[in-house]
Write a protein that binds this ligand. Sequence first.
Ligand code: NAD
Length: 537
Amino acid sequence: MIANLRNLSRLALPRRLASQSYSSSSFLIDQPEYSFLKELGLERENPGVYSGHWQGRGPSVTSYDPGTGQAIATVRQGTVQELEQTIGLAVDAYKQWRKVPAPVRGEIVRQIGDELRKYKEPLGKLVSLEVGKIYSEGQGEVQEFIDICDYAVGLSRIYSGQLINSERADHSILEAWRPLGLVGVISAYNFPNAVFGWNAAIALTTGNSVLWKGAPSTPLVSVATTKIVADVLQRNNLPPVVTLCQGGTDVGQSLVSDKRVNLVSFTGSCQTGRDVGVEVQKRFGKVILELGGNNALIIDESANVKMALDAALFGCIGTSGQRCTTTRRIIVHEKLHDQFVQALVSKYKQLIPKIGHQLEAQTLVGPVHTQQNVENYKKAIEEAKSLGGTVAFGGKVIQRDGFYVEPTVVTGLPHDATVVHRETFAPIVYILKAKNVEQAIEWNNEVEQGLSSAIFTENIGQAFKWIGASGSDCGIVNINTTTNGAEIGGAFGGEKATGGGRESGSDAWKQYCKRATITVNHSGELACAQGVVFNVE
Ligand code: NAD
């Protein structure tokens, strides 16, 4: 399949225009090389709403391959009215699901993981095709969903409350974790499968039902993933504890403001996340916000520079700079700065022959997702230049079908330049020169976002400073590894404008639960706490 696609990007294909219409035969799904899409149950036209059955009466959206600009297939989104009906059905499903013992729920999640293993190859390929990320990253994204299913199966047998000592004789205090109800998941385009997986596996295990709205530009991943999950539910005669309503901002806003959605787990930009947070708070709902990052890699004087260069390469250019954890700033000790820039630029040069269609076997750098990403890239480069920055490598849009830009290194900007403080979702890194680790930490922390960060150091004192209270203020604080590419075992998320949410491993499951504090009096007499006496004879 990959070999078949090798020449794809060299075909003379039309550039994508929002209003462009394609003849039905130009859909990739109809071409034999793309038969993997049919393996996933996709058609040329797909309904985008699932609530036990498939429907969709809203506007139809066409999904495009960012690597060529060609149309893949279409999805008919849901209307606000369909969303409201779906919420009703998902709440009903929750009422049955909460009665199912947790380890039995875990068994269903295990089956979802097994089903994903069967479809990993075609589903991962679809993730690559629709987002623009390279083949191994598409496969890796589905693997992350499989991993979190495995994690959730174990969790289903061990998640628990506690027994707390009471100050009153023959009293016991219990703490129990109960499901919240319906969990709404709104996801971003760059992780269209794994973000849903992180949320769904844990939410289901802890007894909730799930309603998903994926990004409007990756609707095929949403539909294909939901089909895989729905098959497992149907096979087990379960109600629709996982539902889907694809849609745009109107559907997203309705989901966020609906009181029946007990928790909204939102992944997206800081700007949208701020509105979502306020809306959910207005109705006293719960919210997990997983928003943008402006992640720094610090190179200390003692760093293993060879390793740091490799980390910078993947951190800055992996996923064409479109991970929330992408390295956007490299803060280098002044003694190493010039040599580091030179070495990084020579590595970047080696990547040029590896820019190509995301499904070509040799590609390491695929396209960015849309024309909007290209525009944001151009704007950031112009702004960087106007503020006195030097483009040490790249800086140009690549003229070919699809949405390709050169991975770019910018030097010489002040650490607090506006463009340095903004998250531009493209492969641009700003290299800053710092006097010492203290200054580098200060600069690391001065941005609004607080998602990921990393230091390269061989100095144990600097390492512990970095992870201590006066160190990095981010949710992810790495040493001698990349800012991106987290595993599912730890809790994932960030501080400040990144929203404060945590998903995936550790005790992130608690966010999908309400905590009940239960005092049991087994003394046979009523006694008030703190020695309060309040009775009449
Ligand atoms: P986006 O904010 O444009 O969209 C995210 C989702 O929100 C989409 O499904 C969109 O349809 C929906 N939406 C838009 N307006 C809405 C509204 N008013 N109410 C409810 N929903 C609404 O983000 P994007 O461009 O798809 O994704 C890129 C951003 O996501 C980057 O900032 C990136 O850093 C961030 N991101 C964060 C994480 C994380 O875990 N922290 C992970 C992936 C992406």
